[in-house]
Design a protein around this ligand. Structure first.
Ligand SMILES: [Zn+2]
Length: 423
């Protein structure tokens, strides 16, 4: 099968190319990139006025299968990803059962393999997230784990993290961690500030994140292992990462679109759909996060796509589960709040959504080149619209419904196949 994409603005973060070009796809590879390409008997996509970029990569999604398929399945998650322009995603381990054994991991990856996009998974760092006993890294890598994370549950014991990092170094694998010290938190998911106090409880203060991040960044520095810090929310956390990187720690950091787009005030407008861990913060935090994205302190944008049903979310703010879906609004929020506002160039945004996440796990992805993988997204970077009430995800727990955003995905192509096309 061949596919010819004509006259699009091709942006490739690896070669820094930004030109109007044609792309010819044969089977699952890019056969040719050039001008005035023609081919007989091929499907043609007219990409005039559109951007052609590498398929987006999300290193942080929760697809809820096995165990909580009323929220999302691997299939509905994959469809949501494709609709958002993603061709590779990394599932977190907090399924039921947790991805702690080669058996559960193998079974889950077998389901994921049937999907039209590339779905990878990390295994848990500790056995069933017990925070004490490390899983068998070598066996889990053999079973297909690309890294390790107890995401959702912070590792409170510094000694356990140190042992895990030493083991990660021996197996050349990446640990990614969720940093929120439970000993410093009242109620999870709401910033400890104006909003939490109006709700009548103690929330999650920024110090719970940046103090633990500082501790773990220094343990990573001491061990020389690679450590990925998930979803930074506090301004001070950016300073911590900057300091640790300057010291020579092998640290990478991610931020979600929600953490650079909206503040804790959103809870007044959107209620429990704006509750997540770590919580939305204040404008001052967003400014520091944007500075961190600009100067490279923050390497990656990831969604933390976390589906919950309307019934589960339709309870009081202190009782609702934390998390929001994000795959279908991620590129749009980057275009709207980073590129259109002049904080990042389009190339810089795409680098943090393609090339940099690919580097974390050494994926053969995140670039556009002849003989390279035919994983692409084609989008209109200018078109503005209101986020709708329905998604390809199984659920709708997004605080961005009805918000005006910029950017629309037109086609997602994975392994040379069109896996999403805008209606
Ligand atoms: Zn998390």
């Amino acid at each position: 099968m061949t596919l010819l994409i004509k006259n699009g603005r091709l942006i490739d973060p690896k070669s820094n190319r930004d030109e109007i070009l044609d792309v010819l796809i044969e089977e699952n590879k890019i056969a040719k990139i050039g001008t005035n390409l023609s081919e007989e008997n091929t499907e043609i996509i007219d990409a005039r006025g559109l951007v052609i970029a590498p398929g987006l990569i999300d290193v942080h999604v929760h697809f809820r299968e096995p165990g909580q398929t009323h929220k999302e399945t691997i299939h509905s998650g994959a469809k949501s990803a494709a609709a958002g322009g993603f061709t590779t995603v990394v599932m977190m381990a907090n399924t039921k059962p947790i991805l702690s054994t080669p058996k559960v991991l193998t079974e889950t990856l077998a389901i994921a393999k049937k999907e039209a996009i590339k779905i990878k998974a990390v295994a848990s760092i500790t056995q069933d997230f017990d925070g004490e006993n490390l899983t068998d890294f070598a066996e889990l890598i053999k079973a297909g784990a690309i890294g390790f994370s107890d995401d959702g549950i912070p590792l409170t014991d510094a000694g356990v993290l140190r042992k895990a990092l030493q083991k990660a170094k021996l197996t050349d694998s990446l640990l990614s961690i969720h940093e929120e010290d439970p000993n410093l938190i009242g109620t999870l998911g709401v910033n400890d500030g104006e909003v939490a106090h109006k709700c009548g409880f103690t929330g999650a203060p920024t110090v719970s994140e940046y103090s633990m991040m500082a501790r773990d960044a220094m343990i990573a520095y001491e061990t020389g292992a690679r450590l990925h810090l998930q979803h930074l929310s506090a301004g001070e956390s950016v300073e911590v990462v900057r300091f640790a990187k300057n010291l020579g720690a092998k640290i990478t950091a991610e931020v979600t679109p929600q953490h650079f787009s909206i503040t804790e005030q959103m809870i007044f407008e959107q209620g429990t759909n704006a509750k997540l861990n770590p919580p939305l913060r204040r404008d001052a935090d967003i400014s520091k996060i944007i500075a961190g994205l600009k100067d490279g302190t923050i390497d990656v944008i990831a969604t933390d796509h976390a589906p919950h049903t309307h019934e589960e979310k339709n309870v009081s703010i202190d009782k609702a589960p934390s998390g929001m879906i994000g795959l279908e609004t991620s590129l749009q929020l980057g275009l709207t709040n980073l590129v259109a506002k002049g904080h990042l160039t389009l190339l810089e945004l795409l680098t943090k959504m393609t090339l940099n996440p690919a580097k974390l796990y050494d994926f053969d992805a995140g670039y556009l080149a002849e003989a390279g993988p035919a994983d692409l997204v084609i989008f209109d970077a200018e078109k503005t619209y209101q986020v709708g009430e329905t998604f390809d995800s199984k659920v709708t727990n997004s605080p961005f419904i009805h918000q005006k955003v910029q950017g629309q995905v037109k086609y997602t192509i994975c392994d040379g196949n069109i896996v999403y096309q805008a209606k």
